[in-house]
Ligand binder design. Structure first.
Ligand SMILES: Cc1cc2nc3c(=O)[nH]c(=O)nc-3n(C[C@H](O)[C@H](O)[C@H](O)COP(=O)(O)OP(=O)(O)OC[C@H]3O[C@@H](n4cnc5c(N)ncnc54)[C@H](O)[C@@H]3O)c2cc1C
Length: 459
């Protein structure tokens, strides 16, 4: 047994350090069932234990990879044989909910769904929401600055974090557990940990903002014939729903076709419309809100903006409609799929999608290019399903990322860079920006031990 492993076991105890065969019993990630590779998996129970573990790793020059719920899409939490994993899985307490102040204080390993449910039990809303809610953790949401389906109204994770505690590479604890909406006393240090994918510190505790729980929820799946109609409907709904529009999810025809193919979901309407939008508004006056929502849908019909609509009559019908958008496992099954998460100005989207499709069709005439996403946030997801060959991934990346350059888009709207998108960071970040990122990494983690080789290479 190596000296560093022995020192970690001495400090955290046998049950705090998995090693040997127990490591390989764990799946690599949500996306990859292959056995985990790592020197060991550390499972601390407190910030103090995280600090002790990192101080030991720092002393031995041992690289560490942080793991939350392992649902991340860019392989940032996937370790190599030479790395130690630090998992937050045993730090999953909801420490406090302050109903008056509208805050929750949690350990970083709590799942998003557990926090949502705890808030709801007190008539409060934790507004972040995404398909991986049952597995992803608040620490992972912070580290990736997660987005999801409510960004339009409540912002990304960054807008929901009031304070946090993190452990730096040498074991120093940075406690910045602010609970106020306003605090301009010097640098806002929590921002160093939000969206930096665990490269600057390990988040151990978080204070998040809660909102009043909406008491009305109106949703509809609508069909539209052109992208112009999709953007016009968005503008109208944003204006006429007066800030209560919480989701506006667009699906291009190929997505809807794939989502409703045999073995997947039941199609609630004709499958041949060019565009589908799942929209949802949440408010505080059930009767008035649903009357207004229905009237706006009727107006949209009369104006020729929408050509078909399904309005759920019950909570289970509403959930079934959301399944079409959120549960896309069936369309990935048994096919080589490359997943993308890009952002660009809404006015550029139609041209961008056409260019990507042309690029893909030229390379693989039979490929599927499935497009959908959080359009109101400028965020599209693409699934490219090419005929598999050796160079497929790199060629597909070039087809999807290349057209972003001239449109001033981003290669990552929500998921981060991890190891998967490193080669493409320069499409949307300048040399100066990347240089500044390196300077921050050097200042906080000079030995390059935390999530090394993620986002950018050292030096
Ligand atoms: C079905 C599905 C739907 C999804 N939908 C969305 C979506 O709509 N929007 C969206 O943004 N994402 C989405 N994702 C991606 C993923 O859920 C998010 O990136 C999520 O925030 C990752 O959380 P996690 O706990 O699983 O983190 P992990 O996957 O474990 O880790 C992700 C990154 O964060 C780092 N990290 C994890 N915990 C910590 C910590 N405590 N301190 C420091 N660094 C840490 C890891 O090292 C890694 O770099 C989806 C994923 C799936 C599987």
């Amino acid at each position: 047994m190596s000296d560093v492993l022995q020192a970690l076991i001495d400090a955290l105890g046998e049950d705090g350090v998995m090693h040997g065969e127990a490591v390989a019993d764990r799946a690599t990630s949500y996306w990859d069932a292959a056995p985990t590779q790592a020197v060991a998996v550390l499972r601390p129970r407190s910030t103090a234990e995280v600090s002790t573990a990192l101080a030991i790793c720092h002393r031995f020059g041992q690289p560490v990879v942080t793991q939350g719920g392992l649902t991340g899409c860019v392989q940032g939490a996937v370790a190599s044989r030479q790395e130690v994993i630090l998992s937050l899985e045993r730090m999953n307490a909801i420490e406090a909910i302050d109903a008056v102040g509208g805050t929750a204080t949690v350990q970083a390993g709590v799942t998003l769904q557990a926090l949502q449910e705890a808030a709801r039990a007190q008539d409060l809303l934790f507004a972040l929401d995404l398909g991986a809610r049952g597995s992803c953790t608040i620490g992972g949401n912070v580290a990736t600055n997660a987005g999801g389906i409510n960004v339009l109204r409540y912002g990304m994770m960054r807008a929901l974090v009031l304070g946090l505690e993190a452990v730096l590479a040498d074991g120093t604890v940075l406690s910045s557990m602010n609970q106020m909406l306003k605090n301009n006393a010097g640098y806002d240090l929590k921002q160093l940990m939000i969206g930096t994918e665990g490269t600057l510190g390990i988040v151990t505790r978080v204070v998040v903002r809660l909102h009043p729980l909406p008491s009305s929820c109106n949703a509809a799946l609508v069909a539209l014939e052109s992208f112009d109609q999709v953007t016009t409907l968005l503008s109208r709904m944003q204006r006429d729903l007066a800030g209560t529009l919480s989701a506006y999810e667009v699906m291009w025809n190929e997505y809807f076709q794939a989502s409703t193919e045999p073995g997947a979901h039941r199609a609630p309407m004709d499958r041949d419309y060019p565009f589908y939008v799942m929209l949802q508004a949440e408010g505080a006056d059930a009767a008035a809100d649903s009357a207004r929502f229905e009237r706006l849908l009727e107006d949209a019909f009369e104006a020729g903006l929408i050509v078909d609509a399904v309005v759920p009559k019950s909570e289970s019908e509403r959930r079934a409609l959301w399944e079409l958008r959120e549960n896309f496992e069936a369309m990935l099954h048994g096919r080589t799929t490359f997943l993308y998460d890009v952002s660009l100005p809404i006015r550029e989207m139609a041209g961008y999608v056409a260019e990507v499709r042309a690029n893909i069709a030229e390379r693989w005439p039979q490929a599927r290019c499935i497009v959908f996403g959080h359009m109101a946030d400028g965020n599209l997801h693409l699934f490219v399903q090419p005929e598999a060959d050796g160079a497929a991934h790199a060629d597909s990346d070039a087809a999807v990322y290349g057209p972003l350059r001239s449109r001033h888009g981003s290669v990552s709207a929500e998921h981060g860079i991890g190891t998967e998108k490193m080669d493409w960071l320069g499409v949307c970040r300048s040399e100066v920006e990347i240089g500044m990122m390196r300077a921050l990494k050097q200042a906080l983690d000079p030995k390059g031990l935390l999530n090394p080789g993620r986002i950018f290479t050292a030096g």
